[in-house]
Design a protein around this ligand. Structure first.
Ligand SMILES: [Ca+2]
Ligand SMILES: [Ca+2]
Ligand SMILES: [Ca+2]
Ligand SMILES: [Ca+2]
Length: 322
């Protein structure tokens, strides 16, 4: 649950800090954040060291089977008396992570360029969620450190909304929004006689995240600030989320295709499109600008500006309620 709730906890702490601040206090404790680019250079170095000194049980997955994230065993190389890492044991059974993850993936986020890494065990036979959708997953989160402390484990399948609504939750950490769309859900599932659900051919893998795509400077139980993170996961199912219920799925409210929905506000009223039920601010709710009534406001083009759908054009004010 941690990847879902930590930001909420953080917000609550800040609010309490503000409320508790009377004029004779020293004021709330402010967290001075490190420069993101400098922190990322350090974090990427540590991640590369981690990937170069840890291996996984790769041969297991060469035999087809319905493997789960818990079958993935990551182990640190042995060290000699001087602390030097020894070579990979049983190379026919194991693979160093650095040799398995391939090239780093990159993303611009919060003004810095980030590198992150994935180990794909199984892509999955279903469909890929968008970064704003809700996913049903099993996962385990641990620190990318020599201790490898596990700070969170889902156990049973659990549902996470990748993009929060900005009110009750800010969603998951950025790394999850980036990695989930790179995998696919289960091809199908079977329900046993006892009601237990078995998912088949789902996405399984591991993500290795720098702190800037995780919790960064925030205080979260079990996770020191600026921790690099490892999440093993199974992606089982997903659901398209339409945060404002306006008929436009939230991933389509990323108008500028930046991979963020928090920077799109067509009418400039301070409420981003994915949370705004009247995106162009023309007084006609987006849902009512679906003139052909097919449930999709994005395919009703404006007669005034033919490149724009009506719901994004304040000059087009017809309503399907007329
Ligand atoms: Ca708006
Ligand atoms: Ca909207
Ligand atoms: Ca339509
Ligand atoms: Ca309009």
């Amino acid at each position: 649950m941690k990847i879902k709730n930590s930001f909420l906890v953080f917000i609550v702490l800040v609010v309490i800090g503000i409320l508790a601040c009377s004029p004779d206090d020293d004021g709330p404790t402010t967290i001075v954040e490190n420069d993101r680019t400098e922190q990322q250079l350090e974090d990427n170095q540590l991640l590369l060291e981690y990937l170069s000194t840890h291996y996984y049980n790769s041969s297991l997955f060469e035999t087809p089977g319905n493997y789960t994230y818990s079958d993935i065993v990551i182990t640190q190389l042995e060290q000699d008396e001087d602390g030097n890492f020894e070579s990979l044991p049983n190379p026919e059974e194991n693979t160093l992570l650095i040799d398995a993850v391939g090239d780093p993936l990159t993303v611009e986020f919060a003004g810095a360029e980030y590198q992150y890494y994935i180990l794909q065990i199984n892509e999955g036979g279903g469909e890929s969620p968008a970064f704003t959708d809700a996913v049903r997953v099993r996962y385990e989160g641990s620190l990318a450190s020599t201790t490898g402390n596990v700070f969170d484990e889902s156990g049973e399948p659990t549902e996470l909304t990748l993009q929060g609504d900005g009110v009750t939750s800010l969603g998951t950490i950025k790394g999850w929004q980036l990695v989930m769309p790179m995998f696919k859900t289960a091809e199908n599932f079977t329900i046993e006689d006892d009601g237990a659900v078995t998912f088949n051919n789902y996405g399984t893998g591991v993500m290795f995240l720098p702190s800037g795509l995780g919790y960064y400077a925030n205080f979260v139980a079990g996770i020191p600030p600026y921790s690099n993170l490892v999440f093993k996961f199974d992606l089982l199912q997903y659901e398209v989320v339409d945060h404002d219920g306006d008929g436009v799925p939230s991933f389509l409210e990323d108008i500028d295709n930046s991979g963020e929905v928090i920077d799109d506000d067509t009418d400039g009223d301070g409420l981003q499109n994915f949370r705004d039920a009247d995106d162009d601010g023309d007084g006609v709710p987006t849902r009512f600008e679906d003139i052909d009534g097919d449930g999709d406001p994005t395919n009703d083009m404006s007669p005034v500006n033919p490149d724009l759908p009506r719901y994004l054009d304040p000059e087009a004010t017809d309503s399907n309620q007329d």
